[in-house]
Design a protein around this ligand. Structure first.
Ligand code: HAM
Length: 403
């Protein structure tokens, strides 16, 4: 027997119903916020992620599904959606048009991680990206959009925010941090030792207790922000406070992707186990330029759909549609033709084999159909269909022509 690959799952039955229900409603909310749909390829050049997510990140360093294709190109399955959308934004020359562009997307992402609850190797994200708006109102807008989606599905969360600074305040901070880390290097884990040289601020994300203890006295970015970053971070915090949106400032929140600047945030849930981030995002004001586009600010988020599926309650569905069945071999072709016609108007199920009335009624009910339409020997003779409304529990006969 061949099974699905480790860390990859089929979405079946209620899971896929919840998935579709989520995509439909999250998309509608994003459309209301002025975002348009975009889908980018699942395969991209490996270089795209090396330059955006960053070679020093775990995602690019350890978790890529990377290979050489038949044309000798170094390609990979996308581990996240932002880089592809930025690539498309530049390739389609939107960076040359003045104004703001907003996109939403959903689809499969791939990371070769160690699978566990809430952590898959193929998972799905719903994400949004906004280009060309540096006003902190957009940071708030993005957080409000994410909040509105989670609120729609009645998902409880804690909002954690931080500011990662900009090209002005981040480099001196990093220098300071590297000096500090140099002094405590011997006590740090191998990953953190490597991070000192590749991306020092990532040490704050280390889950190792002894590293965290050593980092208690480390310099913090929050107090080293330049005036502009500090002003915009304060503006966002004040807005959230006034709007009564609870948040926590988490100075350890540095995100696992290298492209972030200024605002970074995560929505975490206590209801989904150790992998508790439901969604994450932030600003990436230098990424478009870094990928050879015109200097354009960007900000976005992505929700991990599998992490919230079990928290979603489907609305109760009403019975609907027609079930068609024959009680006699000779009635099958007529039943089939009627079913095909009715299918142009509503949901239809057609049984191809003759069965007893009781058996047809049972199947129609199991399939959630509103009407069970059956033709037996008598109905065939009289050119009629016997119909039962399974909601009102009423039975009636209809002429075939009239039907
Ligand atoms: P991320 O934090 O890497 O950000 O992923 C976003 C969300 O995807 C996570 O919060 C989590 O819910 C889900 N996720 C990540 N890895 C897995 C996994 N292995 N299994 C299941 N779910 C997972 C990004 O991907 C950025 N592109 C978000 C963004 C958009 N930033 C700006 N724009």
């Amino acid at each position: 027997m061949i099974n699905a690959l480790r860390g990859m799952k089929d979405l079946l039955s209620t899971q896929i119903e919840k998935y579709d229900y989520f995509i439909k409603n999250a998309s509608d909310i994003a459309l209301n916020f002025g975002f348009e749909h975009i889908e980018t390829p699942i395969l991209e050049e490996m270089a795209l992620f090396k330059r955006s997510v960053g070679e020093s990140s775990d995602i690019v360093g350890k978790e890529m599904y990377e290979f050489i294709d038949k044309g000798n190109n170094n390609i990979c399955l996308r581990p996240e959606g932002t880089a592809g959308v930025v690539r498309s934004f530049i390739q389609n020359k939107y960076d040359r048009i003045a104004g703001v562009k907003r996109f939403f997307y959903h689809g499969a992402m791939f990371r070769y991680e160690r699978p566990q609850k809430g952590r898959l190797r193929e998972f799905h994200q719903f994400g949004v990206e906004c280009f060309g708006e540096s006003n902190p109102y957009e940071d708030i807008n993005i957080i409000l959009l994410l909040k509105e989606i989670l609120d729609f599905f009645k998902i409880e969360y804690t909002l954690k925010i931080n500011s990662l600074g900009c090209e002005k305040c981040l480099p001196p901070f990093k220098e300071n941090l590297v000096k500090f880390l140099g002094d405590i290097e011997d006590g740090l884990c191998d990953d953190c030792k490597r991070r000192i040289r590749t991306n020092p601020i990532r040490v704050f994300d280390c889950k190792n207790k002894s590293c965290q203890e050593l980092l208690l006295d480390a310099p913090r970015l929050g107090v080293s922000l330049c005036d502009e970053c500090s002003k915009s971070f304060n503006f966002i915090k004040n807005f959230l406070l006034e709007a009564n949106i609870k948040y926590e400032v988490d100075s350890n929140l540095v995100r696992g992707l290298d492209y972030y600047t200024k605002t970074a945030f995560e929505f975490v849930s206590t209801e989904i186990g150790a992998q508790n981030a439901v969604a994450g995002g932030g600003r990436y004001d230098k990424l478009v330029k870094f990928l050879d586009g015109r200097d354009t600010p960007g900000i976005g988020f992505a929700i991990g759909i599998e992490r919230i599926l079990n928290l979603i309650n489907l609305p109760k569905t009403e019975k609907s549609g027609y079930y068609f069945g024959a009680m006699d071999e000779n009635a099958i072709s007529l039943v089939y033709k009627l079913g095909v016609k009715k299918r142009k108007q509503e949901r239809v199920e057609i049984a191809y084999n003759p069965k007893s009335l009781k058996a047809h009624l049972k199947t129609a009910d199991k399939k959630g159909m509103r009407y069970c339409a059956v033709i037996g020997e008598n109905e065939l003779k009289n050119h009629q269909v016997w119909i039962k409304d399974l909601v009102k529990k009423e039975e009636f006969l209809k002429n075939i022509e009239e039907f």
